[in-house]
Design a protein around this ligand. Sequence first.
Ligand code: C5P
Length: 244
Amino acid sequence: MNFPDERMRSPIILALDVPTAEQAVRLANDSAEVVGGYKVGLELLMGPGPGVIGALSELDLPVFVDAKLHDIPNTVQEAARWLGRWGARWVTAHAAGGSAMLSGAVKGLAEGAGGRRAGILAITVLTSLDESGLAQTGVTLSPGKLTAKRTRLASETDCEGVISSVRELGVVSGVAPDLVTITPGIRPRGADHHDQARVATPGEARAKGASAIVVGRAITTAADPIEAAMQINQEWRAALPAGS
Ligand code: C5P
């Protein structure tokens, strides 16, 4: 599969997990030649605020806004509309919010983006939740079955894709092979796992069908971040894509 945005030359969506807009823009500028896009998470959204999306959009790579929207449909629709206006290329929303909420997110984002291309990525199941964690919330389906159900919902509501762990990528492609799949928890071979329990390499992600990968600390805390990103790109290119 080609990258999910025509501006991308690398599968890496770099997680800009820094406290200030200045640091985020500097990191984005420094890495522009070796990554395919930038991820703005809750830290930047709650600190410097959504203006950082606009500043990053000017660098001409897609901006992935990991807003993790989950509220009543009207509220999510209006929040997504704002993020579209700010320049988000992708916005995440929890599939657990249901069909009307996802449809609201899709509609709001498209309207906010005007004619620009923008899409919702549905979060299937948080990778921090296992079977017993799900059961505590009253959900008795296994993570795999729940991923299948929520992927179907994402597809039916015209989401552009889903966020899934590498482990569940096979389930996603079985249900909706045309959806974009972006996966976090990526570590190159031999790299520090930090607080991620279940990690996968860039090559494994590609082989299992990921369209792109979210990478943060494996690049940002490396002694040479540009070299680290280049190695990840190389590992991706060397891996065979799913289905080949
Ligand atoms: O530094 P690292 O590569 O672990 O960062 C991963 C990024 O992806 C962080 O911004 C984190 O919030 C996000 N993320 C994740 N695991 C998930 C979902 C999102 O690590 N299951």
